[in-house]
Design a protein around this ligand. Structure first.
Ligand code: PMP
Length: 407
């Protein structure tokens, strides 16, 4: 691995200098949202001080600047995920919006009574509830791929579930609760063997792994800007042209139309057909800045660094007697969930916070997964490109202290 300049990376994130309860901040809640580099923060100010205007509408100077900057982001995203066409990149408000878009639009067009949608036992509520809603609406059935005790997909059960009634498979690339890195290439291949399209929830993957939608041959890929060092309120739905073309608009309004008459409206072309109303322009533009930021280090370098850190953290935490890991898959990325035996995760989280360590506690929007493991929740440490071994050491010391206080 070439030199990974962690000091200069950390210096780019002003919030990391914060003190919490008199302790240096150890931010390990990156699965919930990542911190923002100065370049992204500056880009937000620059947008409002220099080019604020609505997009795709005005002929005036500022509107053209804003539109150009917004469309440059689409291009950057398209290159970042290696889409075949920029118009296959739909800008949404985040992963949740992206999945709801597919559930509603694809669902209305292609899902009929008696059909099935396949998800997995480790999905985030965002990749469960939209499918439940559309299944209820269409009279279709939601089927769930089981997982083993390590938190890995049961691929045999998956293969057995695929048949002509299945209209879509929708699973996560990386589990936000277990850290499991799913074999999505195999998942996609098996579905495609039976002409079933696949949506991948990339919310916990895009900031950690090199994603190439063409190499994956994925039909839909969803992610959020705020988990990849960009602003909140913007996200992406990548969709293959062949599907997006055949899907009806999800929402009606400005921008998604070519011509409106009371008798009949003609919809706009891709990607605008799926982008009704004024978008979050500032967030969209600054997501482009976040992608530039990731590219200065390189996603492959980040992946190598984070994998090493994950190994270090897993080993260090495993030396604590009372620890029980939830999610011990062979292939993992960026997330460690655990319990301190005998202590409620919330109590552990509160003590960690007193020591400056920010983790997430609870069900992590995966309640069915908590039921599968018969636990109320976990303590989750999730890492990002700016975390260090020192952060992990401070986490481990804080967990030891919590264990000594609570048990
Ligand atoms: N899927 C996964 C795997 C997630 O981790 C999250 C966020 N925790 C979401 C979907 C939803 O993302 P957002 O809230 O940004 O729409």
């Amino acid at each position: 691995m070439t030199h990974y300049d962690i000091d200069s990376i950390r210096a780019d994130f002003p919030i990391l200098k914060t003190k919490v309860n008199g302790h240096p901040l150890v931010y390990l809640d990156n699965g919930a949202t990542t911190q923002k580099p100065q370049s992204v923060i500056n880009a937000i100010t620059d947008y409002y001080t220099q080019i604020n205007s609505n997009v795709h509408r005005g002929v005036h100077h500022l509107s053209q600047l804003a539109t150009d900057a917004y469309e440059v982001t689409r291009k950057k995203i398209s290159e970042f995920i290696n889409a075949a066409h920029d118009y296959e990149v739909i800008l949404t408000s985040g992963t949740t919006h992206s999945i709801n878009l597919v559930a509603n639009s694809y669902g209305k067009q292609f899902v009929r009574e008696g059909d099935e949608i396949v998800i997995s036992a480790m999905e985030h509520h965002s990749n469960i509830v939209p499918w439940q809603m559309i299944c209820e609406d269409r009279g279709a059935k939601l089927r769930v791929i089981p997982i083993n005790d390590e938190g890995e997909l049961d691929m045999e059960a998956y293969a057995a579930m695929l048949n002509e009634r299945v209209k879509l498979v929708s699973i996560t690339y990386v589990s936000n609760t277990l850290g499991t890195l799913n074999p999505i290439k195999e998942v996609i291949k098996q579905a495609h063997d039976q002409d079933i399209p696949v949506l991948i929830d990339g919310a916990q993957a895009i900031q950690h792994l090199d994603v190439d939608v063409q190499a994956l041959d994925v039909d839909f890929f969803a992610f959020s800007g705020h988990k990849m060092y960009g602003p909140t309120g913007v996200g992406v739905l990548y969709g293959k042209e062949k599907w997006l073309d055949r899907m009806p608009p999800y929402q009606g309004g400005g921008d998604m139309i070519k011509e409106v008459r009371f008798e009949k409206t003609i919809y706009n072309e891709l990607p605008f057909k799926f982008e009704a109303g004024t978008p979050n322009i500032e967030a969209g533009i600054c997501l482009g800045t976040a992608i530039d930021y990731i590219k200065t280090t390189g996603i492959n370098q980040i992946a190598l660094y984070e994998t090493e850190l994950l190994k270090y953290a897993t080993k260090a935490l495993s030396e604590i007697d009372q620890i029980r890991f939830i999610g011990t898959a062979k292939e993992k990325s960026s997330v460690i969930s655990f319990l301190v035996n005998g202590a409620h995760p919330y109590d552990v989280g509160v003590i960690l916070d007193k020591l400056g360590v920010a983790v997430r506690t609870g069900h992590h929007c995966t309640q069915p997964l908590m039921e599968r493991f018969d636990i109320p929740g976990t303590v989750r440490a999730s890492i990002a490109m700016y975390n260090t071994k020192e952060d992990i050491d401070l986490l481990v010391n804080a967990v030891k202290k919590a264990a000594s206080m609570l048990l």
